[in-house]
Design a protein around this ligand. Structure first.
Ligand code: ADP
Ligand code: MG
Length: 657
């Protein structure tokens, strides 16, 4: 019910049209280009290279490999399958392109995005490598030419969309030529645990099994979670793969979360301060893109915009303006950026919170590819959460099993929660990201918005001990909310029901507030004093240290943590549904049924008979005789004589049960 009202509120704010536009935008990434150049084969014989290093220098003009590249390349050259997890911008493409130059046959690269293939093939062609792509963007003529040349062995690298693999002509081509390696780029698309599951990635194994000779299989992704990694190895049937994960830290990126009242003004001021720096501003909706574009343009700032609602020509023009530095700033939806390799992007600002850390790190990671200091700033407002929830609920999942859809939705929600926490945490932001991607950083980076922010640090050692007592009394059966409500001394029926209102620790921190206690619990989790068990229940961890009088539990708090105090206290006094136990809630339902029945008989609005508050009070007081019923707030003699008996009957019936 709550969700619905949120949705309606959101709808009021934005209009349905706006919402559907947003939902559409969400799929911007899958836009297809139907009018693209066809790159002609260069006609030259491919050069022969003696070593990876030689190819690196000759083809790409680089002197040395970056971290991890050489290991992966060597493993592939030894004929081994490989799986490599490297962050965006680390240089994954080279890891398969260099071996492709050296292997005798063709390398097939399976890639999810047409724009990405287009860019890579263009770059390879420019570097003098014969490469082509096969996907739905090619005209029939171009497709025929490509197939013909491919069958004549004229390409070293062929990029192909996963949907093409099982087509008849592709299979006959694949059987006719020698395929040395199949490379799966963005390999997380094969995993339902990944953020952009692509069912057609499942065809890859089927395709490989059709080949007479098994090629080397190499897979690349920036998604590091364990589930995804295992899925890739398993679903692609990798055999004893060489596995490499490089660190996810991008030291030159500075992370920060801001909560400005006026985002447009924030951005304008930021740009004023940063001169002609090149940057990308990501917005969740096309509408945001358009309006921010107009605002900045009117103020004489050199901006380009990009979203899937624009024509292909417009998009191409804007993209070129940005890539070639005619315009210093690009305002865009998430359709923008894949395959764009502009290295001097000095800042990436997110106008809205993205839906997952994977997406955020990928988009923010487009800053500072050249290794120079760059900033990644997320502008957060609570409405971003509602927008994202809406988008997830309306995410279209075609060709997917209903059971899988459940799994995917659950994953999506979890990912969104991780992103939300990023916006609220006072922890080191870099560490927060790295931990999510499975690393265990040792200490705060001292170089992110949170590390540099002067948070007020408060000593909450005493409060921590009280929380521990409460968890002890609760015997590790309840989650954060019950524990907080208990120490705050909240008068809820739920606490009555489970007996927590009789704990010694009930109300021991009644002058505190939920935000502060939430921060404290997070800190205690971080320091291992408490742990979370199944269903997020809180359990005691290693509390030995706290017995030492010198040990302090220091909690970093923001001004908001204090501001909310008042709101929480006011809320605490509201008497309502929270006065009901779970069985009281059932009775409430029955009384409402009766009320509705009477209302229909009398042709009256139900609330005139008794309002909700009265019914709730009946559930709390459970009157069985007239005098008790008259004690219920809202029941007078007159009403009693009209309806009292009937309500008493229902209550008695319930009490018997
Ligand atoms: P990823 O796919 O991992 O996100 P890319 O393969 O697109 O990253 O590479 C990102 C950028 O790094 C590209 O501009 C690429 O040319 C550059 N790059 C890759 N390897 C090297 C290297 N060894 N030396 C210099 N630049 C490199
Ligand atoms: Mg890549």
């Amino acid at each position: 019910m709550k969700d619905d009202s949120n949705k309606n509120k959101l709808a009021d704010d934005l209009s349905w049209e706006g919402l559907f536009e947003m939902a559409e935008n969400y799929y911007d990434e899958s836009i297809q280009f139907d009018d693209i150049d066809f790159y002609e084969y260069s006609g030259k014989e491919d050069a022969v290279y003696n070593s990876p290093k030689e190819a690196l220098k000759a083809v790409f003009g680089y002197d040395s490999f970056r971290a991890g590249q050489e290991e992966i390349i060597n493993a592939i050259m030894e004929g081994r399958d490989a799986l490599s997890v490297m962050p965006t911008g680390a240089g994954k493409s080279l890891c398969y392109q260099v071996p492709a130059m050296l292997l005798s046959g063709i390398t097939l690269v399976i890639s999810p995005l047409i724009s990405l293939m287009q860019d890579q093939v263009k770059a390879l062609n420019e570097a003098g490598v014969s490469a082509a792509f096969i996907n739905s963007s090619l005209s029939e003529r171009a497709m025929n030419v490509t197939f013909k040349k491919a069958s004549q062995g004229m390409y070293k690298i062929i990029y192909v969309a996963p949907e093409r693999l099982m087509s008849e002509n592709f299979i006959s081509l694949a059987k006719f030529v020698k395929i040395s390696m199949v490379t799966v780029d963005e390999a997380h698309c094969i995993s339902q645990w990944g953020q952009d599951f692509r069912p057609s990635y499942m065809d890859i194994v089927k395709f490989v099994n059709l080949l007479d000779e098994r090629p080397i299989i190499s897979a690349f992704t920036a998604t590091a979670t364990k589930n995804v990694r295992e899925d890739i190895i398993c679903s692609l049937g990798l055999i004893n793969p060489y596995f490499l994960v490089t660190g996810f830290d991008r030291e030159n990126l500075f992370f920060k979360v801001e909560k400005p009242v006026n985002k447009d003004k924030y951005i304008f001021d930021y740009i004023e301060k940063h001169g002609k720096d090149s940057g990308i501003i990501y917005c969740a909706t096309r509408k945001n893109v358009d309006s921010l574009y107009t605002i900045l343009k009117d103020r004489g700032i050199s901006v380009a915009k990009y979203h899937a609602g624009m024509s292909i020509e417009e998009r191409k023009q804007m993209q070129d303006d940005f890539v070639f530095d005619y315009k210093s700033i690009a305002i865009a939806t998430n359709a923008f950026g894949m395959g764009i390799d502009k290295s001097n992007v000095r800042f990436v600002i997110h106008y809205n919170m993205p839906s997952s850390m994977e997406n955020y790190y990928q988009e923010a990671g487009r800053a500072g590819r050249d290794g120079l200091d760059s900033e990644c700033i997320l502008l957060f407002s609570p409405q971003d959460i509602m927008i994202n929830r809406f988008l997830l609920e309306h995410k279209e999942l075609r060709d997917i099993d209903p059971i899988d859809i459940e799994t995917i939705r659950e994953r999506d929600i979890k990912r969104l929660l991780v992103m939300e926490k990023y916006c609220y945490t006072t922890e080191c932001l870099r560490n927060y990201i790295l931990k999510y991607f499975g690393e265990t950083p040792k200490k705060p980076c001292e170089d992110c918005g949170n590390c540099l922010h002067q948070f007020e640090t408060v000593d909450m050692t005493n409060e921590a001990k009280k929380i521990i007592n409460c968890i002890y009394e609760a015997r590790g059966r309840y989650g954060k909310n019950i524990i907080m409500d208990t120490v705050l001394g909240a008068k809820t029926a739920r606490l009555e029901e489970i007996g927590a209102s009789r704990y010694k620790s009930f109300g021991v921190l009644d002058s505190s507030n939920k935000n502060l206690l939430r921060r404290l619990i997070e800190q205690m989790l971080l320091e291992g004093y408490i742990l979370t068990g199944e269903y997020q229940v809180l359990k005691l961890g290693d509390i030995g240290n706290l017995k030492n009088p010198d040990t302090k539990v220091l909690v970093k708090i923001t001004d908001e943590d204090k501001v909310n105090e008042r709101i929480v206290k006011v809320k605490k006094n509201v008497k309502g549904m929270e006065a009901l136990t779970s069985s009281g809630f059932k009775l409430f339902g029955k009384l409402k049924e009766l009320r509705l029945k009477i209302a229909r008989e009398e042709n009256m609005p139900p609330y005139i008979i008794f309002n909700d508050k009265t019914l709730i009070d009946m559930c709390v007081k459970l009157p069985t005789v007239k005098s008790e019923m008259l004690n219920v707030s809202g029941v007078g003699e007159n009403k009693y004589s009209k309806y009292g008996e009937r309500f008493l009957a229902v209550i008695k019936e319930y009490a018997k049960e």
